[in-house]
Design a protein around this ligand. Structure first.
Ligand code: PBG
Length: 331
């Protein structure tokens, strides 16, 4: 048999291929499912820019999560979205009694005692200007912003969040949150997952529609990282580590895998998260719908490459699909 033919015959045991892969398995605990909660318990709202993703009222959310938990869902990342509550300069409704996340937390904890619940902490869904901090004289006031964000994080922790995940990228917010949790004896109940390397990205477009958090003026470039910067990214991560972050995140996912590798090499002892964001989700959904590729094949390749880059947990809107495929034994 010629060498050429040999290449075409599959004589390698599949396990030999497996031996050459690092730890790239994807199991339920490697997935975190992002969800949007609205005020009205019985509503289920279509998000036009995100096919098959909905904003749920608490009752509908429980119906949605119940079969997923049975399929092995281990963790969720919760975003609040408000319809009738007012938005103001300081995002008062981020932690008011009527906030949908505050109301849902104790009920979800009771209903799904094994489920790990992370809460996104940010002002943008609750401010009238749609920015992630408090604005004074046309610019973000960092001090006031991180004070406010720390208070919101504490409220979520008090209501049962296992993890608070600040997504604002204001300077020194991790220290502010961690100190506030410690002062109130909550640091053992609630960990801090920092969106530590969050880039200013066009891939967030559909999310801003979903969370109704489009900035009224300007953009988020003053507080999110420039796409080209590896240096700023690792400095931002290092600062979060020094300030007491328990877990680290790179966001968006697919275009930032080199950053993941940098971070994992530098801080191997920290759980590493990646957020496969809304634009990455829609890109794949529309690509597959148009017949350009098979969704499961391409998604698997992307998730494996995230694991290969050093990711421990992938935050993905595809989590329900993946759990279904796992059940069928086709993933
Ligand atoms: C809010 C926030 C954003 C996302 C998560 N938290 C949007 C933004 O920064 O503009 C994006 C998530 C996604 O696109 O799926 N600070």
């Amino acid at each position: 048999m010629s060498a050429k033919n040999k290449l075409h015959s599959s004589q390698f045991h599949p396990l030999l291929r497996k031996f050459n892969e690092q730890n790239v398995d994807i199991l339920p605990h490697n997935l975190m499912y992002p969800i949007f909660i609205v005020e009205d318990d019985s509503s289920q709202q279509v998000i036009p820019s995100m096919p098959s993703v909905y904003r749920f009222g608490l009752k509908k959310l429980i119906d949605h999560l119940t079969p997923l938990v049975e399929l092995g869902l281990k963790s969720i990342l919760v975003f609040g979205v408000i319809d009738t509550l007012t938005k103001d300069e300081t995002g008062s409704n981020a932690d008011s009694k009527k906030n949908p996340v505050i109301k849902a937390l104790p009920i979800l904890r009771k209903k799904f005692p094994e489920l790990l619940i992370a809460c996104d902490v940010c002002l943008c869904p609750y401010t009238d200007h749609g920015h992630c901090g408090i604005i004074e004289d046309g610019v973000i006031n960092n001090e006031k912003s991180i004070e406010r964000i720390a208070n919101i994080a504490l409220e979520y922790a008090r209501h049962g969040a296992h993890i608070v995940a600040p997504s604002d990228m204001m300077d020194n917010r991790i220290f502010a949150i961690k100190s506030r949790l410690i002062e109130n004896g909550m640091e053992k109940n609630c960990s801090v997952l920092s969106y530590s390397a969050k880039f200013a990205s066009g891939f967030y477009g559909p999310f801003r529609d979903a969370a109704k958090s489009i900035p009224q003026q300007g953009d988020r470039k003053t507080y999110q990282l420039p796409a080209g910067s590896r240096g700023l990214a690792i400095r931002a991560v290092r600062r979060d580590v020094e300030e007491g972050a328990d877990m680290l995140m790179v966001k968006p996912g697919i275009s930032y895998l080199d950053i993941v590798r940098d971070v994992k090499n530098e801080f191997p002892e920290y759980p590493m998260f990646i957020y496969q964001v809304s634009g990455e989700y829609t890109m794949l959904v529309y690509g597959a719908k148009a017949g350009a590729f098979d969704l499961k094949t391409v998604l698997t390749e992307i998730l494996v490459s995230m694991r290969r880059a050093g990711v421990d947990v992938i935050i993905s809107y595809f989590t329900p699909n993946i759990l279904e495929w796992m059940k069928e034994g086709s993933f």
